[in-house]
Write a protein that binds this ligand. Structure first.
Ligand SMILES: Nc1ncnc2c1ncn2[C@@H]1O[C@H](COP(=O)(O)OP(=O)(O)O)[C@@H](O)[C@H]1O
Ligand SMILES: [Mg+2]
Length: 257
């Protein structure tokens, strides 16, 4: 049984300029417990793909199977239930600015019906798990980017997800903070057994944390392999291009250090 399966997914958008094929015939499987990367340049279709996986977007054709069940055939009620098992973190954190850190993390628990006191106690535990219990009473505006992403991760843990979608979750962070957040995601993967889908434009992110990776370009899946193999023997121009960009980045960094 595949834990997550995209089966011949296609997504077209109609715009003033005509039809855009954001996803063309995308198929892949992610195993339970895996950290799977989807990499591509801006406009490759990565966000559209995640939005189809949590059904914020309806594919034009094809389907997504979560634990062997198509999420495309679900009723609204069933969808709400399944969605709870799929958490998401974003580039810009999406925290509620008027709520304290603790109350941000407690929110999904309260929505699920927990009493406020119980929700806040649980929220404490998750803040400890992400390493910022001392920030419980702060407000998001008082936190660094890395701390904000930790709050977002604590909040997602509070929903007890089985699958975590990370759409450019480290793209607003500096390299050192990126590494810390990726290490935290790896811990969470191990400790809670949460399967993680990492969506990124950065090969360094894939290299740091992913088991396998799929390369997207122009809405097509160009290549899929273990990270080790992809780095050692990239087969397509798309993969080679992304690896070259990473090398350029490193040279730039070396030049300024
Ligand atoms: N709601 C939309 N309407 C029209 N075009 C869209 C919409 N969402 C995405 N697109 C187009 O689909 C393509 C893929 O976009 P996206 O999935 O956001 O790429 P990525 O996340 O890899 O940068 C782009 O050409 C984008 O302009
Ligand atoms: Mg995107």
């Amino acid at each position: 049984m595949a834990f997550l399966k995209a089966d011949r997914l296609c997504k077209e958008f109609i715009s003033d300029d005509g039809k855009i094929s954001a996803l063309s015939d995308i198929s892949f499987e992610v195993e339970k417990g895996e950290i799977f990367g989807i990499i591509g340049l801006s406009g490759a279709g990565k966000s559209t793909l995640v939005r189809c996986i949590n059904r914020l977007e309806e594919p034009t054709s094809g389907c997504v199977l979560f634990k062997d069940r198509s999420i495309n055939g679900l009723s609204a009620k069933e969808l709400r239930k399944e969605r709870r098992k799929i958490g998401m973190i974003f580039q810009h954190f999406n925290l509620l600015m008027q709520r304290s850190v603790l109350d941000n993390v407690a929110l999904p628990l309260e929505i699920a019906g927990a009493k406020r006191k119980e929700a806040r106690e649980k929220a404490w535990e998750y803040l400890e798990a992400v390493g910022i219990p001392d920030k419980a009473n702060a407000f998001p505006s008082q936190l660094s980017g890395g701390q904000k992403q930790r709050v977002a991760i604590a909040r997602v843990l509070a929903s007890d997800p089985e699958l975590l979608l990370c759409d450019e979750a480290t793209s607003a962070l500096d390299p050192q903070t990126t590494r810390q957040i990726l290490a935290l995601l790896r811990d969470i993967n191990k400790k809670y057994g949460i399967t993680i889908l990492i969506i990124t434009h950065a090969m360094t992110v894939v290299q740091e944390i992913c088991d396998r990776v799929a390369v997207l370009e122009g809405g097509r899946l160009m290549e899929m392999n273990t990270v080790k193999e992809l780095f050692a023997h990239p087969r397509t121009k798309a993969a080679k291009r992304l690896l070259l960009i990473q090398e350029d980045d490193n040279e730039e960094k070396e030049a300024v250090l």
